[in-house]
Design a binder for this molecule. Structure first.
Ligand code: ADP
Length: 452
């Protein structure tokens, strides 16, 4: 087992990893930027090293400084959390070559799954249904037109190296194809340093359903069931839940089986998520794989009772699969709301300032993953996520009503947050019925101020 783990992240996920290390009796080292000097993580970690100025590119993405901190502190392993360097194959490789264990899959697997075209190919070959589309980069208009002939409109152009909901363009007809292709390619080049794009059928009214898996890199893979992450804005998740309701039993079984099959095909090590789209006729298609712990992992922990971050660490330390598939069961229902410091009624404009906490939510089935405290400065440098509020109930209805109470109890001022939007969603009759899809927020008028 590791003696000391370095956490290369900040905010709530840094605390989440710190807690997992503590439960395993492992010492912790946290790296932080000048902006996070007064963070809770710095207070709770056994050791903390400042690795640079506030800008992420100079601190949380500064590989030499992070490695130096690991070497000086004598850390055996690095946990990257999500975002920043979590899916950076170069970073994983540097760790490997320095003899520091990267808590996650090998750099080879990260780079394979990080190329979405390659990932589609691997999954297709493993017998996992993938979204109809190309298995090669689409270079020019001629190719794009022939793809459109094969699959029909609407289509979606996606960046092979994309992530975070960026680098995607929906095309409704041939007129828009050429321009969209050019823009998508140049955006992909600028944002991801990789101009390769591919084309998929755009699946209208789909649900985003993903499967949490865990592999030990020794051929064993288990799943922790599915999450529904359909409530999105600009292809980015806002609310997630588990289980996904209304999926026929045989479809769900096939979906879970496919995810395990896909993870086995790459001899996966660590926690990972295979993301799928489920169409209106309950056909599912692989979309991409995330080779890290995800923001929404707590809903899975709430319904299964398993500690996924702890398992990540155990597996990275060389243990065999710490849990049997038959010991993983879904019980009840969990929902997560991502509380962002943004104004949901003004185009989700990021909000910064000094946060005043009057009351934090609690009670049965409520979990709050956050690193906020009274008078903390919400800064403009990083992601706007300030808290994850998770509710659990024996039924979906109970999870919704507990979430509603918790959102009402969550009294903070100083910055605008997405809490008022979530309160309205929790009262929306279609949401309550479970009529959700990736177009939900738009269709129900939550994005254009109609409900403001
Ligand atoms: P990222 O890695 O940037 O998050 P994903 O491939 O995971 O990108 O897609 C994010 C979201 O974009 C999906 O959850 C879905 O809402 C939308 N999307 C992606 N591909 C398609 C598609 N072929 N049809 C419909 N929506 C899609």
């Amino acid at each position: 087992m590791f003696r000391k783990v370095l956490i290369a992240n900040r905010g709530e996920i840094a605390l989440r990893i710190l807690r997992a290390c503590k439960t395993l009796g492992i010492k912790t080292v946290l790296v932080f930027s000048e902006a996070d000097r007064y963070s809770l993580g710095v207070k709770y970690a056994d050791e903390a090293f400042c690795i640079g100025p506030p800008q992420a590119s100079k601190s949380y993405l500064n590989i030499p400084n992070i490695i130096a901190a690991a070497e000086i502190s004598g850390a055996d392993a690095i946990h990257p959390g999500y975002g920043f360097l979590a899916e950076n194959a170069d970073f994983a490789e540097v760790c490997e070559s320095c003899g520091i264990k990267f808590i996650g899959p090998s750099s080879k697997v990260i780079s394979l799954m990080g190329d979405k075209i390659a990932a589609r190919k691997v999954m297709y070959e493993a017998g996992v249904p993938v979204i109809p589309g190309t298995f090669e980069p689409v270079e020019d208009e001629k190719k794009a037109i022939s793809v459109a002939k094969d699959f029909g409109f609407p289509l979606i152009i996606k960046a092979a190296g994309g992530g975070g909901g960026r680098g995607m363009r929906i095309v409704k007809d041939e007129d828009g194809l050429k321009g969209a292709l050019m823009i998508a390619k140049s955006e992909a080049e600028a944002a991801f340093n990789n101009g390769a794009v591919y084309i998929e059928k755009y699946i209208e009214g789909a649900r985003h359903i993903e499967v949490q898996i865990l592999g030990d890199g020794k051929g064993n893979v288990v799943h922790f069931y599915e999450r529904d992450c359909s409530i999105q804005r600009r292809h980015q998740k806002l609310i997630e839940e588990s289980p996904a309701i209304g999926i026929p039993k045989e479809v769900k079984e096939k979906l879970l089986e496919s995810a395990v099959k896909g993870a086995r095909a790459i001899n996966y090590e660590g926690a990972g998520t295979l993301e799928f789209l489920l169409d209106k006729d309950n056909n599912f298609y692989f979309m991409e794989m995330n080779t890290r712990i995800q923001v929404e992992h707590p809903v899975t922990e709430m319904v299964t009772g398993h500690d996924l971050v702890k398992y990540q660490i155990l597996i990275a330390s060389g243990e065999e699969m710490p849990v049997k598939q038959e010991d993983i069961v879904q019980r009840g229902h969990a929902i997560e709301c991502r509380i962002n410091a943004e104004d949901p009624f003004n185009n989700f404009l990021p909000s910064i300032g000094t946060l005043k906490i009057f009351s934090l939510p609690g009670g049965p089935g409520i979990r709050l993953d956050t690193a906020i405290y009274n008078n903390i400065e919400i800064l403009p440098y990083y992601d706007s996520l300030i808290a994850k509020l998770i509710s659990w109930g024996l039924t979906r209805e109970e999870a919704i009503s507990r979430m509603r109470n918790a959102l009402e109890e969550f009294l903070i001022e100083g910055v605008k947050t997405t809490i008022p939007l979530y309160l309205r969603i929790m009262e929306d009759k279609e949401y309550i019925k479970g009529n959700i899809s990736i177009n939900f927020l738009e269709e129900r008028g939550f994005l254009n101020g109609e409900r403001g």
